[in-house]
Design a binder for this molecule. Structure first.
Ligand SMILES: Nc1nc2c(ncn2[C@@H]2O[C@H](COP(=O)(O)OP(=O)(O)OP(=O)(O)O)[C@@H](O)[C@H]2O)c(=O)[nH]1
Ligand SMILES: [Mg+2]
Length: 281
Protein backbone atom coordinates (compact mmCIF):
# COMPACT_ATOMS: atom_id res chain seq x y z
CA UNK A 1 0.00 0.00 0.00
CA UNK A 2 1.15 3.52 -0.74
CA UNK A 3 2.02 5.69 2.20
CA UNK A 4 -1.28 7.08 3.29
CA UNK A 5 -1.89 10.73 4.01
CA UNK A 6 -5.34 11.60 5.15
CA UNK A 7 -6.00 15.27 5.33
CA UNK A 8 -9.29 16.23 3.77
CA UNK A 9 -9.66 19.87 2.84
CA UNK A 10 -12.61 20.33 5.13
CA UNK A 11 -10.79 19.13 8.21
CA UNK A 12 -9.91 22.57 9.55
CA UNK A 13 -13.55 23.54 9.24
CA UNK A 14 -14.65 20.32 10.92
CA UNK A 15 -12.29 21.01 13.78
CA UNK A 16 -13.59 24.54 14.25
CA UNK A 17 -17.18 23.30 14.33
CA UNK A 18 -16.23 20.64 16.85
CA UNK A 19 -14.51 23.13 19.13
CA UNK A 20 -17.57 25.34 19.04
CA UNK A 21 -19.81 22.46 20.13
CA UNK A 22 -17.39 21.26 22.75
CA UNK A 23 -17.46 24.66 24.38
CA UNK A 24 -21.08 24.09 25.38
CA UNK A 25 -20.66 20.57 26.69
CA UNK A 26 -20.07 19.42 30.25
CA UNK A 27 -19.71 15.80 29.31
CA UNK A 28 -18.95 14.05 26.06
CA UNK A 29 -20.34 10.78 24.72
CA UNK A 30 -17.55 9.47 22.54
CA UNK A 31 -19.16 6.95 20.18
CA UNK A 32 -16.89 4.23 18.77
CA UNK A 33 -17.55 1.02 16.87
CA UNK A 34 -17.41 -1.90 19.32
CA UNK A 35 -15.80 -4.10 16.62
CA UNK A 36 -12.76 -1.82 16.51
CA UNK A 37 -13.08 0.35 19.58
CA UNK A 38 -9.55 1.73 19.53
CA UNK A 39 -9.16 2.27 15.79
CA UNK A 40 -12.49 4.09 15.58
CA UNK A 41 -11.43 6.63 18.20
CA UNK A 42 -9.79 9.89 17.28
CA UNK A 43 -6.77 10.49 19.44
CA UNK A 44 -6.87 14.24 18.76
CA UNK A 45 -10.01 14.41 20.86
CA UNK A 46 -8.13 14.08 24.15
CA UNK A 47 -6.24 17.29 23.46
CA UNK A 48 -9.43 19.14 22.57
CA UNK A 49 -11.27 17.90 25.64
CA UNK A 50 -8.71 18.75 28.27
CA UNK A 51 -10.23 17.71 31.58
CA UNK A 52 -13.78 17.52 30.22
CA UNK A 53 -15.43 14.28 31.37
CA UNK A 54 -16.27 11.69 28.80
CA UNK A 55 -17.93 8.30 28.42
CA UNK A 56 -16.89 5.99 25.62
CA UNK A 57 -19.94 4.35 24.05
CA UNK A 58 -18.91 1.11 22.36
CA UNK A 59 -21.76 1.09 19.89
CA UNK A 60 -22.93 -1.69 17.56
CA UNK A 61 -22.14 -4.12 20.37
CA UNK A 62 -24.68 -6.47 18.74
CA UNK A 63 -22.22 -6.89 15.87
CA UNK A 64 -19.17 -7.49 18.06
CA UNK A 65 -17.89 -10.44 20.09
CA UNK A 66 -19.26 -10.00 23.57
CA UNK A 67 -16.22 -11.28 25.48
CA UNK A 68 -13.88 -9.14 23.45
CA UNK A 69 -16.01 -6.07 24.07
CA UNK A 70 -15.83 -6.76 27.81
CA UNK A 71 -12.08 -7.07 27.57
CA UNK A 72 -11.95 -3.69 25.88
CA UNK A 73 -14.03 -2.21 28.69
CA UNK A 74 -11.31 -3.38 31.11
CA UNK A 75 -8.61 -2.16 28.76
CA UNK A 76 -10.14 1.32 28.71
CA UNK A 77 -10.58 1.22 32.50
CA UNK A 78 -6.87 0.51 32.85
CA UNK A 79 -6.30 3.75 30.96
CA UNK A 80 -8.64 5.61 33.29
CA UNK A 81 -11.48 5.71 30.75
CA UNK A 82 -15.04 4.66 31.36
CA UNK A 83 -16.56 2.67 28.50
CA UNK A 84 -20.02 1.17 28.02
CA UNK A 85 -21.13 -1.35 25.41
CA UNK A 86 -24.18 -0.06 23.54
CA UNK A 87 -26.62 -0.98 20.82
CA UNK A 88 -27.98 2.39 19.87
CA UNK A 89 -30.76 1.08 17.66
CA UNK A 90 -32.23 -0.83 20.59
CA UNK A 91 -34.42 1.11 22.95
CA UNK A 92 -33.63 -1.34 25.77
CA UNK A 93 -29.94 -0.67 25.41
CA UNK A 94 -30.43 3.09 25.22
CA UNK A 95 -32.53 2.91 28.37
CA UNK A 96 -29.57 1.44 30.24
CA UNK A 97 -27.41 4.34 29.11
CA UNK A 98 -29.21 6.88 31.25
CA UNK A 99 -28.71 5.21 34.66
CA UNK A 100 -25.08 4.55 33.72
CA UNK A 101 -24.70 8.20 32.86
CA UNK A 102 -26.43 9.23 36.04
CA UNK A 103 -24.01 7.32 38.23
CA UNK A 104 -21.18 8.86 36.26
CA UNK A 105 -22.67 12.31 36.81
CA UNK A 106 -22.88 11.62 40.56
CA UNK A 107 -19.21 10.76 40.51
CA UNK A 108 -18.52 14.05 38.77
CA UNK A 109 -20.59 16.02 41.27
CA UNK A 110 -18.66 14.57 44.18
CA UNK A 111 -15.54 15.73 42.40
CA UNK A 112 -16.96 19.23 42.46
CA UNK A 113 -17.82 19.43 38.81
CA UNK A 114 -21.47 20.11 39.46
CA UNK A 115 -22.64 22.98 37.33
CA UNK A 116 -25.51 25.22 38.42
CA UNK A 117 -27.74 23.71 35.76
CA UNK A 118 -28.20 20.21 34.33
CA UNK A 119 -25.15 18.63 32.78
CA UNK A 120 -25.03 19.11 29.05
CA UNK A 121 -23.89 16.23 26.88
CA UNK A 122 -22.43 16.24 23.39
CA UNK A 123 -22.22 13.17 21.16
CA UNK A 124 -19.02 12.95 19.14
CA UNK A 125 -17.46 10.36 16.85
CA UNK A 126 -16.02 9.55 13.45
CA UNK A 127 -18.36 8.80 10.50
CA UNK A 128 -20.77 5.87 10.62
CA UNK A 129 -20.28 4.83 14.25
CA UNK A 130 -23.90 5.63 15.12
CA UNK A 131 -23.88 9.20 16.44
CA UNK A 132 -27.21 10.11 14.88
CA UNK A 133 -28.82 6.88 16.06
CA UNK A 134 -27.71 7.57 19.63
CA UNK A 135 -29.09 11.10 19.49
CA UNK A 136 -32.38 10.12 17.87
CA UNK A 137 -33.02 7.35 20.34
CA UNK A 138 -32.17 9.49 23.34
CA UNK A 139 -34.33 12.30 22.10
CA UNK A 140 -37.36 10.43 20.84
CA UNK A 141 -38.38 8.84 24.10
CA UNK A 142 -37.17 11.22 26.72
CA UNK A 143 -37.89 14.60 25.33
CA UNK A 144 -39.47 16.96 27.78
CA UNK A 145 -38.17 20.20 26.40
CA UNK A 146 -36.86 21.21 23.03
CA UNK A 147 -35.87 24.66 22.01
CA UNK A 148 -33.11 27.10 21.42
CA UNK A 149 -31.49 27.88 24.70
CA UNK A 150 -30.89 31.62 24.75
CA UNK A 151 -27.27 31.48 25.85
CA UNK A 152 -26.29 29.01 23.16
CA UNK A 153 -25.42 29.82 19.58
CA UNK A 154 -28.36 29.63 17.19
CA UNK A 155 -27.33 26.35 15.66
CA UNK A 156 -27.31 24.32 18.81
CA UNK A 157 -30.54 22.92 20.11
CA UNK A 158 -30.62 21.42 23.53
CA UNK A 159 -33.01 18.71 24.63
CA UNK A 160 -33.72 17.65 28.20
CA UNK A 161 -33.34 13.87 28.27
CA UNK A 162 -33.10 13.29 32.00
CA UNK A 163 -33.64 15.25 35.16
CA UNK A 164 -29.96 16.12 35.32
CA UNK A 165 -28.94 15.77 31.71
CA UNK A 166 -29.44 17.78 28.55
CA UNK A 167 -28.29 16.76 25.10
CA UNK A 168 -27.00 18.94 22.29
CA UNK A 169 -29.03 17.52 19.45
CA UNK A 170 -26.43 17.49 16.69
CA UNK A 171 -23.15 15.61 16.98
CA UNK A 172 -19.57 16.77 17.00
CA UNK A 173 -18.02 15.17 13.95
CA UNK A 174 -14.54 13.75 14.35
CA UNK A 175 -12.33 12.80 11.42
CA UNK A 176 -11.06 9.25 11.15
CA UNK A 177 -7.53 9.04 12.41
CA UNK A 178 -5.41 6.81 10.23
CA UNK A 179 -2.34 6.15 12.31
CA UNK A 180 -1.13 3.20 10.23
CA UNK A 181 -2.00 1.23 7.12
CA UNK A 182 -3.60 -1.39 9.31
CA UNK A 183 -5.83 1.16 11.02
CA UNK A 184 -6.88 2.43 7.59
CA UNK A 185 -7.88 -1.09 6.54
CA UNK A 186 -9.90 -1.64 9.72
CA UNK A 187 -11.69 1.68 9.32
CA UNK A 188 -12.49 0.91 5.70
CA UNK A 189 -13.85 -2.53 6.59
CA UNK A 190 -16.13 -0.95 9.17
CA UNK A 191 -17.36 1.61 6.66
CA UNK A 192 -15.92 4.59 8.51
CA UNK A 193 -13.95 5.80 5.48
CA UNK A 194 -15.16 6.81 2.06
CA UNK A 195 -14.70 3.74 -0.09
CA UNK A 196 -12.35 5.35 -2.57
CA UNK A 197 -9.78 6.38 0.05
CA UNK A 198 -8.15 2.99 0.27
CA UNK A 199 -8.00 0.59 -2.68
CA UNK A 200 -10.95 -1.76 -2.43
CA UNK A 201 -8.92 -4.87 -3.19
CA UNK A 202 -6.64 -4.20 -0.23
CA UNK A 203 -9.61 -3.78 2.07
CA UNK A 204 -11.18 -7.00 0.85
CA UNK A 205 -7.91 -8.92 1.12
CA UNK A 206 -7.60 -7.71 4.69
CA UNK A 207 -11.15 -8.87 5.36
CA UNK A 208 -10.50 -12.30 3.83
CA UNK A 209 -7.35 -12.68 5.91
CA UNK A 210 -9.08 -11.63 9.12
CA UNK A 211 -11.98 -14.05 8.58
CA UNK A 212 -9.68 -16.89 7.54
CA UNK A 213 -7.66 -16.51 10.70
CA UNK A 214 -10.29 -15.65 13.26
CA UNK A 215 -13.68 -16.74 11.94
CA UNK A 216 -12.97 -19.50 9.39
CA UNK A 217 -16.20 -21.39 10.02
CA UNK A 218 -18.49 -18.37 9.61
CA UNK A 219 -16.56 -17.42 6.48
CA UNK A 220 -16.77 -20.93 5.04
CA UNK A 221 -20.47 -21.26 5.74
CA UNK A 222 -21.47 -17.93 4.30
CA UNK A 223 -20.16 -18.88 0.86
CA UNK A 224 -20.88 -22.55 1.16
CA UNK A 225 -17.25 -23.51 0.62
CA UNK A 226 -15.62 -26.78 1.61
CA UNK A 227 -12.76 -24.94 3.23
CA UNK A 228 -11.31 -21.45 3.38
CA UNK A 229 -7.84 -22.83 3.81
CA UNK A 230 -6.55 -21.60 0.47
CA UNK A 231 -4.67 -18.72 -1.10
CA UNK A 232 -6.40 -15.37 -1.30
CA UNK A 233 -6.70 -15.47 -5.10
CA UNK A 234 -8.27 -18.91 -4.92
CA UNK A 235 -10.76 -17.55 -2.40
CA UNK A 236 -11.74 -14.79 -4.81
CA UNK A 237 -12.42 -17.41 -7.47
CA UNK A 238 -14.23 -19.83 -5.20
CA UNK A 239 -16.48 -17.13 -3.73
CA UNK A 240 -17.09 -15.63 -7.16
CA UNK A 241 -18.22 -18.98 -8.57
CA UNK A 242 -20.40 -19.75 -5.57
CA UNK A 243 -22.08 -16.36 -5.63
CA UNK A 244 -22.48 -16.33 -9.39
CA UNK A 245 -20.27 -13.27 -9.84
CA UNK A 246 -19.30 -14.32 -13.34
CA UNK A 247 -18.97 -12.25 -16.50
CA UNK A 248 -20.16 -13.23 -19.96
CA UNK A 249 -17.65 -15.79 -21.15
CA UNK A 250 -17.24 -17.25 -17.68
CA UNK A 251 -14.50 -15.11 -16.11
CA UNK A 252 -14.94 -14.18 -12.45
CA UNK A 253 -16.20 -10.61 -11.95
CA UNK A 254 -13.85 -9.57 -9.16
CA UNK A 255 -15.42 -6.20 -8.69
CA UNK A 256 -18.75 -7.81 -7.89
CA UNK A 257 -17.07 -10.30 -5.55
CA UNK A 258 -15.54 -7.41 -3.65
CA UNK A 259 -18.77 -5.43 -3.39
CA UNK A 260 -20.64 -8.49 -2.31
CA UNK A 261 -18.09 -9.30 0.36
CA UNK A 262 -17.96 -5.76 1.77
CA UNK A 263 -21.73 -5.67 1.90
CA UNK A 264 -21.77 -8.99 3.75
CA UNK A 265 -19.06 -7.83 6.13
CA UNK A 266 -20.99 -4.72 7.04
CA UNK A 267 -24.31 -6.52 7.45
CA UNK A 268 -23.58 -9.12 10.10
CA UNK A 269 -23.30 -11.97 7.61
CA UNK A 270 -20.34 -13.47 9.46
CA UNK A 271 -21.87 -13.20 12.92
CA UNK A 272 -20.25 -11.19 15.67
CA UNK A 273 -16.78 -10.09 14.69
CA UNK A 274 -13.91 -7.92 15.82
CA UNK A 275 -11.43 -6.16 13.57
CA UNK A 276 -9.05 -5.87 16.51
CA UNK A 277 -8.53 -7.27 20.01
CA UNK A 278 -6.88 -5.82 23.10
CA UNK A 279 -3.69 -7.71 22.19
CA UNK A 280 -3.32 -5.39 19.20
CA UNK A 281 -2.90 -2.42 21.54
N1 LIG B 1 -26.32 -3.21 14.13
C1 LIG B 1 -26.31 -1.95 14.56
N2 LIG B 1 -26.37 -0.94 13.67
C2 LIG B 1 -26.35 0.31 14.15
C3 LIG B 1 -26.28 0.60 15.54
N3 LIG B 1 -26.26 1.95 15.68
C4 LIG B 1 -26.32 2.47 14.44
N4 LIG B 1 -26.38 1.49 13.51
C5 LIG B 1 -26.42 1.65 12.05
O1 LIG B 1 -25.17 2.18 11.63
C6 LIG B 1 -25.36 3.07 10.53
C7 LIG B 1 -24.76 4.42 10.86
O2 LIG B 1 -25.51 5.01 11.91
P1 LIG B 1 -25.64 6.60 12.07
O3 LIG B 1 -26.35 6.86 13.33
O4 LIG B 1 -26.14 7.18 10.83
O5 LIG B 1 -24.10 6.96 12.25
P2 LIG B 1 -23.43 8.41 12.28
O6 LIG B 1 -22.27 8.30 13.20
O7 LIG B 1 -24.44 9.46 12.57
O8 LIG B 1 -22.92 8.50 10.79
P3 LIG B 1 -22.56 9.83 9.94
O9 LIG B 1 -23.66 10.82 10.13
O10 LIG B 1 -22.43 9.31 8.55
O11 LIG B 1 -21.24 10.30 10.47
C8 LIG B 1 -26.85 3.10 10.28
O12 LIG B 1 -27.15 2.19 9.25
C9 LIG B 1 -27.45 2.65 11.58
O13 LIG B 1 -28.71 2.04 11.44
C10 LIG B 1 -26.21 -0.50 16.45
O14 LIG B 1 -26.11 -0.36 17.67
N5 LIG B 1 -26.23 -1.75 15.91
MG1 LIG C 1 -25.08 11.13 11.48
Amino acid sequence: MKRFDYYPGHMAKTKRALKERLKWADIVYEVVDARGPVSTRNTDLAGLLGAKPRLILMNKADLAEKDEVDRFVSFFASEGLKALPLQADSQASIRRLLPATESYLEELSTRDHRPYRPFRALVVGIPNVGKSTVINRLVEKRVTAVGDTPNITRHLQVVRIHEKLELIDSPGVLWPKITSELTGLKLALLGALKDHLIPKDEVVIHGFTLLKERYPEAFRKRYDLESVDMEIMELFDAIGRRMGCVQKGGAIDYDRVMDRFLHDFRHKKFGRIMVETVEDH
